[in-house]
Design a protein around this ligand. Sequence first.
Ligand code: UDP
Ligand code: MG
Length: 349
Amino acid sequence: MGYEMNVSNLPLIAIVVPCYNEEAAFPFCLNSLMEVVEKLQRSNKIRQGSHLLFVDDGSLDNTWQLISSAAANNKGVHGLKLSRNFGHQAALLAGLSHADADVVISIDADLQDDTNCIELMIDCYLKGNDVVYGVRSRRDTDSWFKRTSATLFYRVMAAMGVEQIHDHADFRLLSRRALKALLSLKEKNIYLRGMVPLIGFHSAKVFYSRAERIAGDTHYPLAKMISLAVRGITSSSIYPLRIIFHTGFIICLLSAVMIIYTLYQKISGHTVAGWASISLAILFFGGVQLLCLGVVGEYIGKIYTEVKNRPLFFIENEINAGSVSNTDATAQAVSATPMTYDTSKKTGK
Ligand code: UDP
Ligand code: MG
């Protein structure tokens, strides 16, 4: 008897794609990802039933209509519609928590990430890696501003002790157990790029050069980028609070010296009406205090949102999602019950 491949041991893959106003890019994305899945199924690397899960993040255009008609025509396409726009990270988390597979790969809808890397990612997974990061080796297609601001952002994050993979966004593979671990982090102020390295497990990187958007426009204008950066820092680092403490300490020391100097001048009768210096001092300390209060306020705001413990998203509609049943339902949930990882369970590897 010849060698027979045990098909049931192949991993079942779900590719999660958050979409916000992506009607222009969607057809290209669908075709390209379907091709990848079909090719991997044909070459017996992944199991039949592997699928795409498109998450419509409250799009205002026809994105959901396109997703639902693709899902109606093809069992390999699943759709999830959020009740409004919750933002990229929440949409991604919604997809990850609903993905019903042994391996989940997240990718943007605009095909800036190289779909050919998916096969390399699966290879890395089959070699025993639970997390595979897609890393941009070149990003000359991004504008000068985007590149420079991104580099600055990674530097600042590194200086603040936030561990994240340089030039990796949200194109990554997670095994079921890595996903479970990620979903067990119950915080609301989510920054997935900073959270994934925290869960550990064996990881690998695949490199690609970032392409231009296939169609449509970016949904990350400067304001959203700054808000993601602030979230990244405040969700992963208390370094800014420490900087306040250190600055406050240095200013206290300087003030003590100034007080002694002023008293000395007063006693020796050299005091002059110093309107300018007093105003400057008031302005300077007022400014420093406000700045510090602002940073503290940022953290208090984050604590406030964590304490409220609100759900991060609401599902309005589901097509085909959850139709593949071979899995353990806990992987589906961003629920109130914390999930633990049971090492005795089969991981599909
Ligand atoms: N996206 C989303 N919700 C949003 C903004 C963006 O789901 O509120 C999706 C978007 O459709 C895309 C991915 O997140 O699939 C990355 O967004 P984009 O390509 O606009 O960001 P950029 O690559 O320009 O940083
Ligand atoms: Mg993009």
